[in-house]
Design a protein around this ligand. Structure first.
Ligand code: 3HC
Ligand code: NAI
Length: 690
């Protein structure tokens, strides 16, 4: 037997163990010996029952994603499951860790499932732009009912062993000794005697289904699909399980899977899966990490409060420092209110709320931070204030404490230079709301020690953030590219577009909202203040701000908002203002198509990414994709701006940038050398992070 699959006999119960680190994916070198082992055991009289278990940290976490897009090697998972269903003796899956995707499908091929209490079970294929392709859409509804199966398959979110037991997905949940318990269970079933009914023949949950209610549920889910094909295919497949005979539904699932797996959306989502894992591997990851047991946060405003919650949610004690007792209490009250809302929405238990609140301490004296291993500064975006804060930190922080700034734009090297320990200083750029948004840009300054980066990358993982290491420049990766994306926004309006037309081009592309809606949500005064500080102007936005139109918070901005509503309504006054400004500037307005809008916003976005790559501000093109998908809502089905550039055709992007450069005379459209090279070679080349 191969080292990936071994068989032992425990007093008449055959135990098949899969051992394919790190997550026991069903690679070809697992499928082949697994198929052979099961073929032998099916007819082996010495085996009265079969248990399938896994070595290492988890049960099978799915098909081997690296094999998708390559020629299929037989036997496929479907054949293994079909074989399992012909076994006349009891088959039992012993589940620990996670049974995901093809892993859960393998378990569904068994007669019974025994799970450890901490195990999680799910069909996350939708997150890879796929649907379960090993019979999951057809078998799962037979055990848990179509409504529950649909919710699990379309969300991709795994459920706990307890929930799985309540839903009849597992037959027994055990606290410990999983393998021994699974063997005992299998032996008991063998003693009890057959016939053992495979899941494919269990139709009782299907017959009782209310198809109209199912369709209503499916229609609700379809509304949230936002241009993604996979959730719709999942729905279709689960519906087939109700309306078609088993084999026909299985064949239809296969067809849908084949279509998705060879499509661009799944390719993009698989790219992101690996990109996120790659981004987490920061240089120096294997270095000795520093211990982080308490975190200090300076500033309990929007960001400080959110960062504190993110850390407490990850179980870390936090000390908040503010300038006055009043500001501190305000910050703590906001945190308390946010947790109370989570409890009222049912996303947090009362017990967890109290436990989290117990992790917060506050103070107004720097000495309160002396025992912190990491101190994150989130005060006003002002270099003088930040330098003052870091100068004070230098005098009180314990040796070896990591000092981080959450600055959005300021020079982290300059901030680090205001201390005597620049090796311990870096940027931790969280996104708002920091307790919700997954992205963390880890800003590596010139002198940041590698083990400091590694420690913070580890911490990010501990609190569930997706971390990307970036270099120092104005706005780092995300905000710098955001400026490039928005550089032509006003020009588009002056030349003939309306805010609503631009925003529609964005939502049609798959963004959750367009730049003008986004501006109204964030507050137009922020950009106004920044522009004034930098001596810049924006003819229309500045006028709106001068008139007190800051966006949603004032009831008007680029759009109008009815009292209490977040629904943007086109504002004739804004359109009149745009027309007046265009006339003042002598610009003849014309029809602007969606293509023009995309070319003048997203092509500069890609172009700026190329510059970032060649300057070594990001190590890999895929890191930039991770930033944009997790921090700015770039549609996952397009894989991030740098991946999308490949889909769109880099040659076309270069050509159109050149066209717009000639037409407008603006340098934003000058194609970056790295983009030109990408157009020639089809591969992004970067300089690596400095
Ligand atoms: N195939 C190939 N490699 C995989 C993999 C898979 N299904 N799942 C994880 N890996 C790799 C990761 O790329 C990573 O590799 P690296 O160390 O070289 O970067 C390594 O395994 C460890 O993964 P994580 O860092 O994610 O480990 P965690 O412990 O944080 O998480 C996990 C473990 C929850 C299992 C997570 O890896 C995960 O969610 N995996 C994907 C699960 C999934 O999507 N399964 C469905 C696959 S599609 C399918 O089954 C189709 C079927 O219906 C036919
Ligand atoms: P904010 O104005 O909501 O909060 C700042 C807080 O810092 C205030 O409560 C203030 O009392 C406190 N403060 C000021 N000086 C202080 C000092 N010397 N010591 C202790 N506390 C002090 O500002 P916000 O939005 O939280 O921004 C903070 C930082 O985070 C800025 O650098 C900003 O650029 C950055 N940032 C902001 C994002 C956002 O969306 N708001 C996103 C990412 C980063």
């Amino acid at each position: 037997m191969s080292s990936s699959v071994s068989v032992a006999n425990d007093n008449g119960v055959a135990v098949v163990t899969i051992d394919n680190p790190p997550v026991n994916a069903l690679s070809f070198h697992v499928r082949k010996p697994l198929y052979e082992a099961l073929t032998g055991l099916r007819d082996d009289p010495a085996a009265r029952a079969i248990v399938i278990a896994c070595a290492g940290r988890t049960f099978v976490a799915g098909a081997d994603i690296t094999e998708f897009g390559k020629p299929v090697q037989q036997p496929e998972l479907r054949a293994i499951i079909a074989l399992l269903e012909t076994v006349p003796k009891p088959t039992v899956a012993a589940i620990h860790g996670t049974a995901l995707g093809g892993g859960l499908e393998l378990a569904l091929g068994c007669h019974f499932r025994v799970a450890e209490k901490s195990a999680r079970l799910g069909q996350p294929e939708v997150k890879l732009g796929l649907l379960p392709g090993g019979g999951g859409t057809v078998r799962l509804p037979r055990l848990v009912g179509p409504a529950k199966a649909l919710a699990m398959i379309v969300s991709g979110t795994p459920i706990s062993a307890g929930e799985a037991k309540a839903a009849s997905l597992v037959d027994a949940v055990v606290d410990s000794d999983l393998l021994a318990e699974a063997i005992r269970f299998a032996r008991e079933m063998a003693d009890r005697g057959g016939p053992f009914v495979p899941v494919r023949e269990r139709n009782e949950r299907l017959v009782e289904t209310d198809l109209a209610a199912f369709d209503a549920q499916a229609a609700e889910l379809a509304k949230k699909a936002r241009g993604l094909e996979a959730p719709l295919a999942c729905t279709e497949a689960v519906r087939n399980a109700i309306t078609l005979p088993f084999d026909a539904a299985l064949a239809a699932e296969r067809q849908l899977f084949q279509k998705l797996v060879s499509g661009d959306q799944s390719r993009a989502q698989r790219h992101l899966f690996f990109a996120e894992r790659e981004a987490a591997k920061v240089p120096g990851k294997d270095l000795q990490k520093r211990r982080i047991t308490r975190v200090g946060i300076i500033g309990a405003g929007t960001m400080g409060g959110g960062i504190a919650m993110a850390l407490a949610n990850g179980g870390l004690p936090v000390t908040l420092l503010e300038t006055s007792e009043e500001a501190l209490q305000r910050g703590l009250a906001t945190i308390g209110k946010n947790y109370a809302v989570s409890v009222s929405r049912g996303s947090l238990t009362e017990e967890a709320r109290q436990q989290r609140l117990g992790l917060f301490k506050g103070g107004t004296d720097y000495a309160d931070l002396a025992d912190c291993d990491l101190i994150i500064e989130a005060v006003f975006e002002d270099m003088a204030v930040k330098k003052d804060v870091f100068g004070k930190l230098d005098t009180i922080a314990r040796p070896g404490a990591i000092l981080a700034t959450n600055t959005s734009y300021l020079d982290v090297n300059e901030i680090a230079a205001s201390t005597s320990r620049p090796q311990d200083v870096l940027g931790m750029h969280f996104f708002s709301p920091a307790n919700v948004m997954k992205l963390l840009e880890i800003v590596r300054a010139e002198k940041t020690a590698p083990e400091v980066l590694a420690t913070v990358a580890d911490l990010a993982r501990r609190i569930g953030k997706v971390a990307v290491v970036v270099g120092v420049c104005h706005g780092f990766v995300g905000n710098r590219m955001l400026s490039a994306r928005g550089a032509e926004n006003e020009a588009l309006l002056l030349e003939g577009a309306t805010p609503a037309q631009v925003d529609k081009a964005f939502t049609d592309f798959g963004w959750p909202m367009g730049p003008f809606q986004m501006g109204d949500l964030a507050g137009l005064d922020i950009g106004w203040r920044n522009r004034k500080a930098r001596g810049q102007t924006a003819v229309i936005a500045d006028t709106l701000c001068e008139q007190g139109h800051f966006g949603q918070k004032t009831g008007s901005g680029w759009y109008r908002y009815e009292a209490g509503s977040r629904e943007p309504v086109a504002d004739p006054d804004v359109e009149a203002l745009i027309r007046a400004k265009a006339a003042e500037l002598g610009i003849a307005r014309r029809e602007i198509g969606a293509d023009d809008i995309i070319e003048r916003t997203l092509y500069p976005l890609v172009n700026e990414g190329a510059k970032i790559l060649e300057e070594g501000i990001a190590a890999r093109a895929s890191d930039i994709d991770v930033v944009w998908v997790n921090g700015y809502g770039f549609p996952i089905g397009k894989g991030g701006p740098m991946f999308w550039a490949g889909l769109e055709g880099a040659g076309r992007i270069v050509e159109r940038l050149e066209y717009w450069r000639v037409r407008t005379g603006r340098p934003i459209f000058e194609p970056a050398p790295a983009l030109r090279r990408f157009a020639e070679t089809g591969a992004w080349e970067g300089a690596g992070v400095r």
